[in-house]
Every structure is written in structure tokens, then in C-alpha cells.
Design a protein around this ligand. Structure first.
Ligand SMILES: [Zn+2]
Ligand SMILES: [Zn+2]
Length: 386
């Protein structure tokens, strides 16, 4: 297997991965993580470091000073509110918080790129290593892009990877077009009027509104002709009134997650959901509000970069696993790809691994080198290294 990173540097990167794993931080609170990454990057002499990007985000810029494309590689800084059950030495030291999505590994791979770039600097264009905050809540990418400092690193191309348990270690999972789904959390609050449970006729319970909303929402994806591709609606939470046997409820809430392979289908699914709620609201005389949270666009890989990704797979001597269907999960990297050509690809983290977000997940260090090789060989086709 071709290797572009020196063994001693790889060992340093693995050490960094374990330190990051031991000190996880939640979305929006990645202060220490950001500081540790900055120290590592500084040692690798980028031409500039931009801090405070959309929160605790930071970017290292390797600039040839010559004309050529700006290529952005992105990793994510945040961990999850999950208590780690692993007992190994680098287990989480922060109670109730742990790196269960392998973002510690993504950061290590980009840190490895900085070790490489210290020696092999681009001879044209720029390579930007972006460490993005708040991926898990779907906020970070949009915040980074909205940050006025982002203008300084506005890329011509953007690439990212995500580790994927359930696939052979080091295999590269790829697909042109829709790669990960759009998703949106929908919150419907219903306001009726409470009354004594002995006199429900004196109040206006939202019970029918709630049950008909849930039934109606769940049947929307069944109208296949309304949508171009896959759509899914999952009711994730519902609540009616309080546990009070003397009271007819006056309030209810229903929450659902909407998922689609395509952004256009998300617009249709949202519109159909809203129309259903507004119709029932009128019929049943219950006031409703609708809010959306944790909105992720679909991650659409550009067809123009497919060749580069495939060439990088060949040069990295990695196994190529092309998939036909997009993933149902979401990635806020889609925000970058909606404005910039690029791609997100998967890197297998083992068929016998726990799933992402499971309380015993740990990013396997063996796949770090493959990630570095992939990024190196993708960018090499665009900027050329000295
Ligand atoms: Zn995650
Ligand atoms: Zn993740």
C-alpha cells in the first residue's frame, strides 16, 4: 500500500486522536479541542491560521502564492452527549460526553494532512484544512459559511470524508449525486383549551388533532407520485396534556423527522405536512404552530469531481465500494456542496464495529493513513505538491 505520511508523523497523529477522544466536547463548546488542534497545526507551519470561524472553528491555509484553485478539506470538531462505556486508556474523561461519531478520527486525518503539507507544500493554488464546529446539530457548516472570515478561505473545491462502520476497514465508499439525505426536525405545537375531566365538553382537547396529525403525516410518504425519490417521515415524540386524571388536556405536541434523498423532495414533504396540519387546525378548531430544527440539506456529490476521487482511490490502493442508494443519515457538509463543487466519501471502519452514535464506538486508528492518502491524492490532482 502506497504511503505518503512518514511513520513517525503517523504515530503523532494517532497520539493526537487518542487525546482528542479522551477530551470530547459538545457541539458549540469545542474550545479545548480547537486549542489542541491549533497547537498541532502551528507546529506544521501553515501560511496562516484563521480562528473563531462560526464559533470554535479554525482553518490552516497552505498557500503557494501562485494562481490555482483553493481546495478545502473539512473535518468536524464535536462529540456527542453519550456516556462512553469503553474502559481503554483513552476513554472519555468528560462525563456524559464522548466521540461516538469518529470526529476525533476525522480531525486526526486532517492533522496528518498538515504534517504532510509542512514538507510538501502546494506549488499552485491553496489547500485549506477546515476544522468545523457543531456538525452534529447541523449548525456548524452554515455558521462557518456565514462568518465574514470565510471569505478569506472561500474554496473552489471542497472535500470531506466520514468513517462508516459496517464496511470493510479502509474501503472507500462512494457515489456520484445524492450521497447523504436531507433531514429536518419538525415540531408541531397544538393549543386547545383544558377543562375538568368530568366536563370535557367545556374544554377543547387536542387529542383528535394529535392522533389525526400523526396518522396523516405517516401516510404522506406513501403517495409515491408526489416525490421524485426516497422520502421518510418518522414520528419521534408526542405528548398530550399532563398526567392529571382530573383534567382534560389543553395542549399537545408532535415531533417528526423528515428525510429525503433530494432537497426538492424535502420542500414537497414539508409543504404537504404543513397543508395537512393547517387543514386539521381549521376542522378541529385547535391552534397550531410549526417549527423546524436541525435542518440538513442533502449532500450531493458533484459529477465533475468523480474522476479525481476515483483516481485517488486507485493511487491509495484502496478498495472501491460504489453504492447505488444514498445514505439515510445526514451530514451538514451538504451546505458546502450546495455552493462549491466537491464530494463527501465514506471510509470503512470495519464490519464488526458498533454503529455510529453507539456508546461503545471508537474510531479505528488503522484507517487514518488511508484517509490521509485519499485527501493527498485528491488535492494532488488540483494543486500539485513540491
Ligand atoms: Zn454523528
Ligand atoms: Zn459524524
Amino acid at each position: 500500500m502506497l504511503s505518503v505520511i512518514e511513520k513517525s508523523h503517523l504515530q503523532e497523529v494517532i497520539k493526537l486522536r487518542k487525546i482528542l477522544h479522551a477530551h470530547p466536547e459538545l457541539s458549540g463548546n469545542e474550545e479545548q479541542t480547537s486549542r489542541r488542534i491549533k497547537a498541532f497545526l502551528t507546529d506544521n507551519k501553515p501560511d496562516s491560521i484563521i480562528e473563531g470561524l462560526g464559533g470554535y472553528g479554525l482553518a490552516a491555509v497552505y498557500d503557494s502564492g501562485q494562481a490555482g484553485p483553493s481546495v478545502l478539506l473539512r473535518a468536524d470538531l464535536d462529540a456527542l452527549p453519550i456516556e462512553e462505556v469503553n474502559g481503554f486508556a483513552h476513554r472519555s474523561q468528560h462525563q456524559g460526553v464522548s466521540h461516538k461519531c469518529g470526529h476525533d478520527g476525522h480531525m486526526a486525518i486532517l492533522a496528518g494532512m498538515s504534517s504532510l503539507l509542512k514538507k510538501h507544500r502546494p506549488s499552485a493554488g491553496r489547500v485549506i484544512l477546515l476544522f468545523q464546529p457543531e456538525e452534529e446539530t447541523g449548525q456548524g457548516a452554515a455558521k462557518v459559511i456565514a462568518d465574514p472570515k470565510f471569505k478569506k478561505i472561500k474554496p473552489d473545491y471542497a472535500f470531506a470524508l466520514h468513517n462508516l462502520p459496517g464496511y470493510e476497514k479502509k474501503a472507500i465508499i462512494f457515489k456520484e449525486g445524492s450521497f447523504a439525505s436531507a433531514s429536518t426536525g419538525m415540531i408541531i405545537r397544538m393549543q386547545g383549551r383544558s377543562s375538568h375531566a368530568a366536563h370535557p365538553e367545556q374544554g377543547n382537547s387536542p387529542v383528535n388533532m394529535m392522533t389525526q396529525t400523526m396518522g396523516g403525516l405517516m401516510s404522506l410518504p406513501k403517495n409515491r407520485s408526489d416525490f421524485e425519490s426516497f422520502v421518510l417521515l418518522t414520528i419521534i415524540h408526542a405528548r398530550l396534556g399532563e398526567v392529571a386524571f382530573g383534567t382534560t388536556p389543553g395542549k399537545a405536541v408532535v415531533m417528526a423527522t423528515l428525510r429525503t434523498y433530494l432537497d426538492d423532495d424535502m420542500l414537497v414533504l414539508k409543504e404537504k405536512s404543513e397543508r395537512l396540519v393547517r387543514k386539521l387546525e381549521k376542522e378541529l378548531d385547535i391552534q397550531c404552530t410549526i417549527n423546524y430544527v436541525e435542518e440538513f440539506p442533502a449532500t450531493i456529490n458533484h459529477s465533475g469531481v468523480t474522476e479525481w476521487v476515483e483516481e485517488a482511490i486507485r493511487k491509495s490502493k484502496a478498495k472501491k465500494l460504489m453504492i447505488n442508494e444514498a445514505f439515510r443519515w445526514s451530514e451538514d457538509f451538504g451546505h458546502f456542496l450546495s455552493a462549491t463543487p466537491g464530494a463527501l466519501f465514506g471510509i470503512g471502519s470495519g464490519t464488526d464495529q458498533p454503529s455510529l452514535h453507539n456508546h461503545d464506538y471508537d474510531f479505528p486508528d488503522e484507517i487514518i493513513e488511508t484517509g490521509i492518502n485519499m485527501f493527498y491524492h485528491i488535492t494532488d490532482q488540483l494543486v500539485k505538491y513540491k
